[in-house]
Design a protein around this ligand. Structure first.
Ligand code: REL
Length: 851
């Protein structure tokens, strides 16, 4: 087998040398470059006196970043009089006298960004004003464009978006030059956001301790993080009884001031937190049943109040919002039995009437979205439409598989979006402790969304934010530049990201740790692991024989060994960041596996009254104590900056929902002595005798790829349990007929057999078209093709549907197994062929089992 395409496509780094890019940081010094920092002296920052608050704030933030790098914070001036050194000017085209003056004088052209959404242009301008040799212009097409331009520069001078939120240190540099020329950029996806959700007890507990609550002081950091990540949209924390507006009225004002577009979660219409409905229950004009058929008048009053509050805004101006419309039942439940399209259409029509009445604008001019979450998707599938200007927000299955993508009305003005999950509270099991998402999976799903036209909103449920820093950064980078996030850029991402946080010397190794951690953690959410998850080996009088469990634990041990080798080389200043982003997740999950593994052996041996079980009892107890120690270490880091942030319950779940506290494993002590030589549990294991197993092929080990209709099976890194997964690219193309299907071929040698069973291991992706499953074809040689179908039905809010049980199993195991059987084939060499019929098939492993 040859690792087909891997060398060229998968691991080739697409990084451009910074010196070749205009207006970026380059180590080489050329006279035409702009001196952002010269011998520790920063350039002066200039902003118009009347600039928008978001622009003034980011100018100050950029000045602080220059201080972080160079050691002294420059002044932020509103007049250039008397400044003879280099100047950085931040402003909005058409709103900045400084920038417009340069354009009028013919010294600056902003044609690249004119009239665009959130675009920015950076340009080095010589002799901008009398007595000033050079200016670095950061011009936004609008206020957020200016913000993103400034933070783009911050990132390039070495201030990670995570400098506060994960304590990533900034490397001091006395001299920073910015290459001459001009450069512009703009987002691919219009609204790019996060949903803080399931935030009790972790983020809530942390915020309460550090800021006195989930209030504006906390949101100041969240907003800044979001903007540094070039995101613009937030669904605030809402776990009952939180209300973004009632809890601290400063929060909404601050969002507006900093330039963040606020929203509310998918089931909280017209800026109202669900909790407000209950908190205002004493008000006779609101409250009562959350039921539009019976209590429509109060609901309208309630929603009107939300809109009026939005209109009052800061200083009387309207706050920027992307309004959620539609309705679910109270507390995120389905609204009614079955699909009540008429009622929901009435809800939407009434909500839009309210929008017009309160804002005084046509509803089509006030941004709105309708989230097709869980059973709400049924309304869409059954043909319900909402006005053309409303963005349709499709959702994943809460486990990272997008359920549906646009199939009709492709040109609708409001377009489409996706609501995605990195964290979830719900069936089959809550997962909200640590990151379990592979960036390759995020890439595959969001690339599909992009190709299929879901380009107006990408929002991701990030739980407490903290444990999902890495995939969140990736999600936002991809939302900003979806076309730039090619498979090659994806392959380079772990190293690039790690280099940004920990320095170039450690980039490759730490990036590899992130990749392997994500692969192992994605196998199964830690909340779904227990002592019974994997098969134990055999018990013999003198030794124990390794089984599946041992292999799983060995994978984690190998990763910990690599971590241990890297840790001492992490510079002192980066240790807190390293602990949060790399060390804690790896150690904590590895330790959890050790605990369940030891528990499994303890219970098994104790059931046979075998005192060797006591060795494992002690091991499991140590692991349980270690878990608490690791949490303590996290919580006491940096004088307790992140205290309570790791307090999601994560051991010994019994049902889908939280156990209320951490529970120790059930361990059994057996009477009797353990012989000395048995006391080292690791030393008592032996390998099983190897028998003839299936022929296993990593799906990316293709011998021949045969492209057709412009589509080819291609490796996608950081996806699945192999080195990469095989996906037909480009995505978003229609089904292919067998005669026109692209294929991958594997040369295999079959033994004598009476038939062949072929098993495909796929990622549990969904049919996003609604056409009855994801199809894939298999055949041997010139034999007939068999069509295999993966048909999973994620849980909606309503009655259980056929295929739902399969979906439970698939998301628990994070895999789907499809099996084809073939009549006896002659022993010897055959070409096994894999045919692309539908989009969104992600193949990880093939296994051939001769019968
Ligand atoms: O993950 C989701 O989208 C939902 O479970 C949540 O949005 C839901 O609102 C929950 O927090 C409570 O209502």
């Amino acid at each position: 087998m040859r690792a087909w395409c891997l060398a060229s496509a998968l691991f080739a780094s697409g990084a451009t040398l910074a010196c070749d890019t205009p207006v970026t940081v380059c180590e080489r010094v050329t006279p035409s470059d702009f001196a952002l920092l010269d011998g520790g002296v920063p350039a002066t920052v200039l902003v118009d006196a009347g600039a928008d608050s978001a622009v003034r704030r980011v100018a100050a933030s950029l000045a602080e970043d220059l201080g972080r790098v160079g050691g002294s914070v420059p002044e932020v001036l509103t007049a250039a009089d008397g400044v003879d050194g280099p100047i950085v000017v931040v402003g909005v085209q058409g709103d900045s006298a400084w920038i417009d003056g340069l354009v009028a004088a013919g010294k600056l052209r902003l044609d690249d960004i004119g009239g665009q959404w959130e675009a920015f242009q950076l340009a080095v301008v010589d002799q901008p004003w009398p007595g000033v040799a050079q200016a670095l212009v950061i011009a936004g097409s609008d206020r957020r464009g200016a913000v993103f331009g400034a933070y783009d520069l911050s990132e390039r001078i070495g201030v990670s978006p995570w400098h506060w939120f994960a304590d990533v240190p900034v490397t001091r540099r006395a001299t920073v030059r910015v290459t001459a020329g001009e450069r512009s950029d703009r987002p691919g996806v219009r609204y790019r956001g996060i949903f803080i959700n399931d935030e009790d007890p972790a983020l809530s507990g942390w915020a309460k301790k550090k800021f006195g609550g989930v209030n504006a002081d906390m949101y100041a950091h969240v907003f800044e993080l979001l903007l540094r990540l070039k995101g613009n949209y937030l669904w605030p924390a809402m776990w009952a009884p939180k209300s973004f507006h009632l809890d601290d009225p400063r929060s909404a004002a601050l969002a507006h001031e900093m330039g963040v577009v606020m929203g509310t979660s998918h089931h909280e219409p017209l800026t109202r937190a669900q909790a407000e409905w209950h908190r205002l229950e004493d008000d006779p004009s609101t409250g009562g049943e959350w039921d539009y058929a019976r209590n429509g008048r109060n609901l309208r009053t309630f929603w009107r109040g939300g809109l009026e509050r939005m209109m009052r805004g800061a200083g009387g101006g309207m706050h920027e919002n992307l309004l959620t419309i539609g309705m679910r039942g109270d507390g995120d439940a389905p609204m009614s039995e079955g699909t009540a399209t008429d009622l929901l259409e009435r809800v939407v029509a009434d909500q839009r009437r309210l929008i017009e009445e309160v804002t005084g604008r046509p509803a089509s001019e006030v941004p709105q979205m309708w989230a097709l979450y869980k059973e709400v998707q049924d309304y869409y599938d059954q043909g319900m439409t909402v006005p053309d200007d409303v963005t349709l927000l499709f959702a994943d299955d809460n486990w990272g598989q997008i359920r549906r993508l646009p199939t009709r009305d492709l040109g609708r003005a409001g377009g489409f979006g996706v609501y995605y999950h990195f964290d979830y509270v719900g069936v089959p099991r809550n997962y909200k402790w640590l990151n379990t998402n592979q960036i390759g999976k995020v890439w595959q799903q969001m690339d599909l969304a992009w190709q299929r036209g879901a380009r107006d909103i990408w929002i991701v449920n990030v739980g407490d934010i903290k444990p999902v820093e890495y995939p969140l950064d990736f999600f936002m980078d991809m939302a900003w530049g979806p076309e730039r996030m090619t498979p090659e850029a994806l392959a380079a991402y772990p190293e690039d990201w790690a280099a940004q946080q920990f320095g170039a010397e450690l980039g490759a190794e730490v990036g590899a740790l992130m990749t392997e951690y994500s692969r192992l953690a994605a196998r199964r959410k830690p909340e779904l692991v227990n002592e019974g998850t994997y098969a134990l080996g055999e018990i013999r009088p003198d030794v124990l024989v390794r089984g599946e469990w041992s292999g799983i634990v060995e994978d984690w041990r190998a990763l910990v060994a690599r971590l241990d080798a890297v840790r001492p080389r992490v510079p002192e200043a980066a240790r807190p960041a390293f602990f949060q982003l790399v060390d804690y997740p790896i150690q904590a999950v590895a330790n959890l596996y050790e605990m369940y593994f030891a528990t499994a052996w303890n219970q098994r041996l104790a059931a046979r009254f075998d005192p060797r079980g006591n060795v494992f009892l002690e091991q499991a107890e140590r692991a349980y104590a270690r878990d608490a120690e690791l949490v303590r270490e996290y919580h006491t880091l940096l004088d307790g900056k992140w205290d309570k942030m790791m307090s999601q319950v994560h051991t010994n779940y019994v049902i889908w929902n939280d156990p209320v506290r951490q529970n120790p494993p059930v361990l059994i002590r057996t009477a009797g002595d353990v012989p000395e030589k048995m006391r080292n549990a690791r030393a008592v294991f032996v390998d099983p005798e190897s028998g003839a197993g299936p022929i296993r092929i990593d799906a990316v080990d293709v011998d021949r790829g045969v492209a057709a209709v412009g589509i080819a099976w291609s490796p996608v890194p950081d996806l699945g349990q192999g080195r990469a997964a095989l996906v037909a690219l480009p995505q978003g193309r229609p089904p292919t007929t067998p005669s026109a299907a692209p294929r991958a071929e594997y040369d295999v040698t079959l033994p004598e057999n009476e038939g062949i069973e072929l098993r495909l291991r796929l990622a549990p992706t969904l049919d996003t078209v609604g056409s009855g499953g994801v199809r894939i074809g298999v055949s041997f040689g010139d034999g007939p093709m068999q069509t295999l179908v993966s048909e999973l039905e994620p849980t909606g809010g309503g009655a259980e549907k056929p295929g739902q049980k399969r979906w439970y199993a698939a998301v628990i195991d994070n895999r789907v197994d499809l099996v084809a059987t073939f009549d006896a084939l002659p022993a010897g060499r055959h070409a096994l062929k894999l045919w692309r019929l539908d989009d969104n098939a992600v193949v990880e492993v093939l296994e051939i089992v001769p019968q």
